[in-house]
Design a protein around this ligand. Structure first.
Ligand SMILES: Cc1cc2nc3c(=O)[nH]c(=O)nc-3n(C[C@H](O)[C@H](O)[C@H](O)COP(=O)(O)O)c2cc1C
Ligand code: SF4
Length: 376
């Protein structure tokens, strides 16, 4: 039988992943309010490792207490967080799955705007990223991802209820975007200046962890593609090993309230443009659910691997199903967005009761399985 591109290992400069499917970043309400990780969080991550993904990208992980993006985010802002992340690494490594932690800094929802930061304040946050990367390495995790995207669940909910005038929650995106960065110093105006904060974060991480630890950046790659291409090239020069392209909330052709959305690979064309502009592997997020379409994206040169959030929330065993020859899951994700709408107040999981033939009890049992893991 001809080899399947999905199951070819992906070789990054500093990391090899056994196949081309990554669990994309999924924030969930699993952790303690003080940012300490819980056994439920580990059980959540284990589900996807067991289901066959090559690597897992964590949810947003704030690098400082002041940069918390959402309630109950597990943090990496102190050395006492290292043992929790060590357990995460050991758990997923048991399945030959890698774990990449998404280092993040939120702000605007708490009143922190990039425009208010002093040069010293900027340097402190850059150091927070570098320290968190050092802790990631010490915990035995396989790499870090810097979150430089604009959107997110907070933004998604705001978009449904408010006008799109607010600056993004993500501090790095606040610097990057010309429409919300009013600075007139070395960190504002030209693209080179708006990129400076992110590039300094990359360089500080490299200085702290060395040249042989995997470092990738999640970037939008869409609304302002020409700028994103330049940002991608700057990141490669600064020492990035890979890019992860696409927005956190992929846009559908339909309106955001017209569920289910008709999403399939909305970012692959933009990702291909990014890929053509750099010499490092590029992952693409958004709307991947069938093996045939994933093969098309990789073999067609649009990206080197795909990252999946919702289709895996619905079917954590998806990659094992592909390995058995299935093209799509029996009960696919409908992209109804109910997981995202529920995630701040309720356990993360699939809330489309039609996928459970209307059996609400079965849906809740599946959701709560993470809380009833062995050993509890
Ligand atoms: C419930 C949920 C939580 C998410 N949390 C994060 C996050 O913490 N960080 C991030 O960069 N993206 C986050 N995303 C975006 C996903 O990682 C992914 O990029 C996006 O949903 C597109 O992939 P999909 O179409 O396979 O869902 C989240 C998405 C969902 C549905
Ligand atoms: S709630 Fe909807 S979008 Fe989320 S995993 Fe289930 S079917 Fe997919």
């Amino acid at each position: 039988m001809a080899s399947d591109v999905i199951f070819e290992p992906l070789n990054f400069r500093n990391l090899t992943v056994k196949n081309r499917i990554f669990r994309s970043n999924t924030y969930g309400n699993f952790n303690d309010p003080d940012g300490i990780g819980t056994p439920e969080r580990i059980a959540w991550e284990e589900k996807f490792a067991r289901g066959g993904v090559g690597a897992i990208l964590s949810s947003v992980v704030p690098v400082a207490n002041t940069g918390r993006m959402a309630p109950n985010c597990p943090t990496l802002h102190e050395d006492d967080r290292i043992p929790f992340w060590q357990k995460v690494a050991e758990t997923v490594h048991h399945y030959d799955c890698k774990y990449i932690v998404q280092l993040s800094y939120g702000g605007s929802h708490l009143g922190l705007l990039s425009s208010q930061l002093t040069p010293d304040g900027i340097q402190e946050i850059i150091q927070d990223f570098a320290d968190a990367a050092r802790r990631s390495r010490e915990a035995g995790l396989d790499g870090v991802e810097i979150d430089a995207t604009s959107g997110g669940t907070g933004q998604f909910i705001a978009d449904l209820t408010e006008s799109r005038t607010k600056p993004p929650v993500n501090l790095i995106a606040q610097f990057l975007r010309g429409d919300v960065n009013p600075r007139t110093d070395d960190y504002g105006q030209s693209l080179e200046n708006r990129c400076r904060f992110l590039i300094e974060v990359v360089k500080a991480i490299r200085q702290q962890v060395g040249d042989d630890f995997h470092l990738q950046i999640k970037i939008e790659g869409g609304e302002n593609l020409e700028e994103d291409i330049q940002i991608a090239q700057n990141l490669e020069i600064a020492g990035a090993d890979a890019l992860h392209a696409g927005s956190k909330v992929p846009q559908s052709q339909r309106s955001l309230t017209d569920f289910p959305l008709d999403i399939q690979g909305p970012h692959i064309n933009a990702t291909q443009r990014l890929k053509q502009a750099v010499n490092i592997p590029v992952l693409c997020t958004g709307g991947f659910q069938t093996a045939s379409y994933i093969r098309h994206a990789i073999a067609g040169g649009y990206c080197d691997g795909v990252t999946i959030a919702r289709a895996l929330i619905a079917n954590s065993n998806l990659v094992n199903q592909f390995a058995q020859g299935d093209d799509s899951p029996e009960r696919p994700c409908s992209y109804c967005e109910k997981c995202r709408i529920n995630l701040v107040d309720n356990p993360l999981g699939c809330y489309d009761v039609t996928r459970y033939d209307g059996n609400y009890g079965e849906m809740i049992r599946e959701m709560m399985s993470v809380y009833l893991h062995p050993g509890k």
